[in-house]
Write a protein that binds this ligand. Structure first.
Ligand code: ADP
Ligand code: MG
Length: 376
């Protein structure tokens, strides 16, 4: 399946030509992990892998969703939160728009995405944001980009039932090519930050460790609970309010102290990364990434042996910096590395995994791409 086949497949499935085709990307978080629910900062960029969605309004008010990737077509009559199945991500967007008072009728949707599912690259936000962008265009809805991202998040939270933050949908909607998106998760202020890695002869090598995320929900809940407990002890609402880290650490039990040290230093690393990127100081960016990984490994304790091995191997292979990205306990590791060293570094990681008896990782290089837009 190539993306150019989408209009053809739309015609085969519906008997009509689509009114348009829209694209929305997956994302990678460059730095800023477990900061979102502490009112902190994140710095994602959109990746080239994206969801494509062909759409056409229907006059009978019904909704029909097809995923070419899953070879599945589902009708959704009365949209109701709690709907299960992959189409809930799309139906949820329709529901969220209606709930916000926007008059959207029925439509046929045909979807194909090359964002891998469940690899931590946010395939879910890609299909939500493609749907939202399509509906906004088809119905001439005047909704600003951040409000669109929040509607897509509402679809995932309230309709699908997944309690995720705003980063994925904000990145998929608001990112621009050659930039990362600085997002203040508390004020929702955003800033486009230049990420001109190709100009510097660099690339971002992504190693998908293919480690199954195990116990991730329970561990995530435990980290959040530790942060909330620390806030209670410190008498604040959010860890972003910690101004004197050393003073805060003396008031906390050892476990909470480690967790708080990660969150507070990670927030500062995001701010420092934004500053370093503004002057294209990639050596500093790399050092901040590496420090972020160490903090996730030692203080937040969310890395696993496969992830740590990929991290160490990337650094040994000449990366300026490396870090796990995503919630932890598996997933992807990033290396900021000279473009002409990326293949050798990926091979070194594969070799190290084989020697350690781990499964074969998947690797690809990535450049900051554009957020959701119409392509046809
Ligand atoms: P991710 O980290 O990739 O976002 P999620 O569990 O949040 O993982 O979302 C993955 C879910 O999104 C899939 O289980 C499926 O329901 C839906 N999805 C993603 N991509 C597609 C696709 N191409 N076709 C149909 N459903 C998809
Ligand atoms: Mg997701």
């Amino acid at each position: 399946m190539t993306f150019t086949d989408i209009p053809t497949r739309f015609y085969e499935l519906t008997g009509h030509h689509p009114a348009g085709v829209w694209a929305a990307p997956g994302r990678i978080n460059l730095i800023g992990e477990h900061t979102d629910y502490n009112g902190g900062y994140v710095l994602p960029f959109a990746i080239e892998q994206s969801a494509l969605l062909a759409a056409r309004p229907r006059s009978d008010g019904r909704w029909r969703f097809s995923s070419l990737d899953l070879d599945s077509t589902v009708e959704s009559g009365d949209l109701a939160p709690g709907e299960t199945g992959w189409q809930a991500y799309l139906a949820g967007v329709v529901w969220a728009l209606r709930e916000a008072g926007h008059d959207v009728g029925g439509a046929d949707f045909v979807l194909s995405s090359n964002v891998p599912i469940g690899a931590g690259l946010s395939s879910s936000a890609a299909i939500e944001c493609a749907t939202l962008t399509a509906l906004c265009d088809l119905h001439d809805l005047d909704i600003d980009p951040m409000s669109r991202a929040r509607l897509a998040q509402r679809a995932e939270n309230a309709y699908v039932g997944a309690p995720t933050g705003l980063m994925d949908q904000a990145a998929s909607t608001l990112c621009t090519a050659d930039h990362a998106l600085f997002l203040d998760c508390h004020t929702l202020a955003v800033q486009q930050v230049p990420l001109r890695i190709a100009d510097a002869g660099l690339t971002i090598l992504v190693i998908d460790t293919r480690t199954p995320h195990s116990h991730v929900d329970g561990e995530y809940a435990a980290r959040r609970a530790s942060c909330e407990q620390a806030c209670r002890i410190l008498g604040i609402d959010l860890l972003r309010q910690v101004t004197d880290l050393d003073a805060a650490l003396t008031q906390l039990p050892p476990l909470e102290a480690r967790r708080v040290r990660h969150v507070v230093t990670e927030n500062q690393r995001v701010l420092d990364t934004v500053e370093a990127l503004t002057s294209s100081d990639f050596a500093t960016v790399g050092a901040l990434m590496t420090a972020s990984h160490a903090s996730m490994r030692d203080d937040y304790e969310i890395t696993v042996p496969t992830v740590d091995l990929a991290f160490e191997t990337l650094l040994a292979a000449g990366a300026l910096g490396a870090r796990m990205t995503g919630g932890g306990f598996g997933g992807c590791v990033l290396g900021l590395i000279a473009a002409d060293r990326a293949d050798a570094a990926a091979a070194a990681v594969a070799e190290a995994f084989a020697a350690a008896g781990y499964g074969t990782p998947v690797s690809f290089t990535s450049h900051p791409a554009a957020g959701a837009h119409r392509i046809a």
